[in-house]
Design a protein around this ligand. Sequence first.
Ligand code: NAD
Length: 362
Amino acid sequence: MAKHTVTLIPGDGIGPEITTAMRRVVNATGVQIEWEVVDAGADVMEKYGTPLPEHVIESVRKNKVAIKGPVTTPVGTGFRSVNVALRKALDLYTNLRPAFSIPGTGARYEGVDIVIVRENTEDLYAGVEFEEGKPETLELIDFVEAHGAGTIRRDSGISLKPISITGSERIVRWAFEYALANNRKKVCAVHKANILKYSDGLYLDVARKVAREYEGRVEFEDRIVDMTCMGLVLYPEQFDVLVLPNLYGDIVSDLAAGLIGGLGIAPGANIGTDAAVFEPVHGSAPKYAGKDVANPTAEILTAVLMLQHLGEREAADKILAGVRRVLAEGKTVTYDIKRTNTGSTDGSVGTQAYADAIIATF
Ligand code: NAD
């Protein structure tokens, strides 16, 4: 019997190809995983009436660990992002996005080793929005003015930015526990507390309180988000663990992905108390779907995070070493890596051939 049962959501666009490559690489390590494959997204809409059927959520709840490919969010169909819905349904409050340099990717920097811990459930992503011109929006504008909280133009649309003590405390604590478990030296809380006193200000207060519990074990600092972005571009090697509210976390993690060679490299995980869903930072890149050209590195490194989470260190290390070797050699790489290294895609290989090259290193 397999040692672990993992829910696999292949996704759409390039999802099926990169998850196939990932699964072949993971299986080749010899680790005992039974893959429970379930589908989500626009393709299952007709059959189940929802892009995220209940049996998909149930499968993740039961197995506690899932890995997915990207799922397209069609514009203008009225259906919410499957990715956001899954995070909400399972209360996956941590979005872990490590960004570490691998020689051979053609990235502009070397020696980057940053871990981004992004809050996944609140902030401007809470989805509490008021449409311009609607009676309730005008009512809210009147309410704000009546309470002397400021004036808002009457032709405004409004998105709320709730940040709670509960949400802030658990994400900052998660970042510190991660730092301890992974021999990290410093946690930096990123915010804009100088302007957003009651949301980011609260987040910073909570972060400082939690940090006191870890004094002497993990260092703590805080930085304003704009300065953080400049610092990341100037001297990324100075950053360690960053903990951020949802929106800054989203933006800064794409910036960090850029530092290490782009979206094709950047892995990720959504982690809650009872379940974890592993997925790369990138989306479904529809224009490359079905062409066997997409780079599966981000999905494969996402599997490395999953194997670490499952306690399968040996298999994780084997894959990481294989990826490092194939990228360092630079011969059997996908179009994007070839292009950043040589300015041309000539001589690049497909998604599955790249996976084969990694497997050949085992
Ligand atoms: P995207 O990440 O899919 O693609 C942007 C560009 O990045 C691509 O055109 C391609 O040039 C490059 N790229 C991304 N991944 C690559 C890979 N593995 N190999 C090579 N090149 C790669 O972003 P997008 O175009 O904004 O989004 C497309 C769809 O994906 C949207 O519907 C979006 O909602 C969805 N999306 C899903 C997830 C998820 O499932 N977690 C995350 C982000 C976006």
